[in-house]
Design a protein around this ligand. Structure first.
Ligand code: FES
Length: 106
């Protein structure tokens, strides 16, 4: 399984993905710049990504916690999601996301 992640410089990285992992964890494990400050507890919004439109219908709906965190995030778009709330499975093989601004570690 793979996911495709475009960084802030516009470079797309093809990352090996593991079933059951959070998309945030996959991005972090491959060393891309994602702060993910709260470690996946849906409490920081520093794992914000933009999801390619074609993939949006395949994602599980946002829970209230994710909606609330996105309300406080920067530069939120209709295709914004918190990548710690996206759990990898076969249906997301090939998922394309772009890292949002402001989530790089300092
Ligand atoms: S890692 Fe904190 S909300 Fe996703």
């Amino acid at each position: 399984m793979k996911i495709h992640v475009t960084d802030r410089a516009g470079v797309t990285h093809d990352l090996d993905a593991v079933e059951g992992w959070r998309v945030m964890e996959i991005i972090r494990e491959h060393g891309l710049p994602i702060k993910a400050e709260c470690g996946g507890a849906c409490a920081c919004a520093t794992c914000h990504v933009y999801v390619d439109e074609a993939w949006l219908p395949k994602l599980a709906d946002k829970r209230d916690e994710e909606e609330d965190m996105l309300d406080e995030a920067f530069e939120v778009e209709d295709n914004s999601r918190l990548s710690c709330q996206l759990i990898m499975d076969e249906s997301l093989n090939g998922l394309q996301v772009t890292l949002a601004p402001g989530i790089e570690p300092e």
